[in-house]
Design a protein around this ligand. Structure first.
Ligand code: HPA
Length: 249
């Protein structure tokens, strides 16, 4: 297979373009999963990188309607081995307030009804992938080292609770997730992380905390605060992803 890209970057809320890519080309990748996927492919320090905004250009696709299988399949078809996923999340743990950058090491999956596996046909092959550690330790270390090099504070480890959305949680749901051991809540790490595992790709998530989870402040959560935090943090995210990709060169 001709390798078109070695690294995949999946942009989340507020991250719809990746202007750091040198000589970018737009691709429209056909997939077996009912939709084609638009990706931008370019280089960072000689490493070829494919960028996909998971919510589509300008955030048209809500978390439960994202075609996760098509996105991950598209990256695999380009030859991608390493995936950095960007996720906006709500913070539960005391040190994970708005603006914090977090590299989770664990997931609890609260989603339902999403196409969550490639094992959707009868097959003699066993399809029980090991998911003890849902994120790649190698990519997590690369992110942590890159953050250190940039004097950027990142928090790790952390448990990411993946909720169904698109609504935010109730206060009682957040209390329950805290009891379960979640440090933060987002809507997009699953099934993305497990699909990458099924296709044998290394995958890590870099989370931006954009609000305190529901019920923790007594104030309603507004999209305004979420987007304000995202735009403040975006330059740091870009620097961190670029530095991480350089260290994969
Ligand atoms: N909960 C779930 N997902 C989110 C949140 C949240 O509070 N903020 C951003 N994504």
């Amino acid at each position: 297979m001709k390798v078109v890209a070695k690294v995949g970057v999946i942009g989340g809320s507020g991250f719809y373009e990746f202007p750091d890519l040198y000589a970018p080309a737009e691709l429209d990748i056909e997939t077996p999963y009912q939709s084609s996927v638009k990706a931008t492919v370019g280089k960072i320090n000689g490493v070829s990188v494919a960028f996909i905004p998971r919510h589509g250009p300008g955030h048209r696709i809500p978390p439960h309607l994202i075609n996760y299988r098509a996105n991950i399949w598209a990256l695999k078809s380009l030859g991608v081995d390493f995936v950095f996923a960007l996720n906006a999340v709500g913070g539960i743990a005391a040190e994970m307030g708005p603006g914090a950058l977090v590299i989770p090491d664990q997931i609890i999956d609260y989603t339902f009804g999403r196409a969550h596996t490639y094992a959707d046909i009868l097959s003699d092959a066993l399809n029980h992938v090991d998911f003890t550690d849902p994120f790649s330790q190698k990519l997590r270390s690369i992110l942590m080292n890159a953050a250190h090099g940039l004097s950027l504070k990142v928090i790790t480890p952390a448990v990411y609770g993946c909720t169904q959305g698109p609504r935010l949680e109730t206060a009682a749901e957040v209390r329950r997730c805290r009891r379960d051991g979640c440090d933060l809540l987002g809507m997009t790490a699953m099934p993305e992380a497990v699909l990458a595992r099924e296709l044998d790709m290394q995958y890590a998530s870099l989370c931006t905390v954009v609000n305190w989870a529901a019920g923790l402040t007594g104030e309603p959560i507004t999209l305004e605060e979420i987007y304000q935090t995202l735009s403040l943090v975006r330059p740091h995210l870009c620097n961190l992803i670029v530095a991480s990709i350089k260290s994969l060169a």
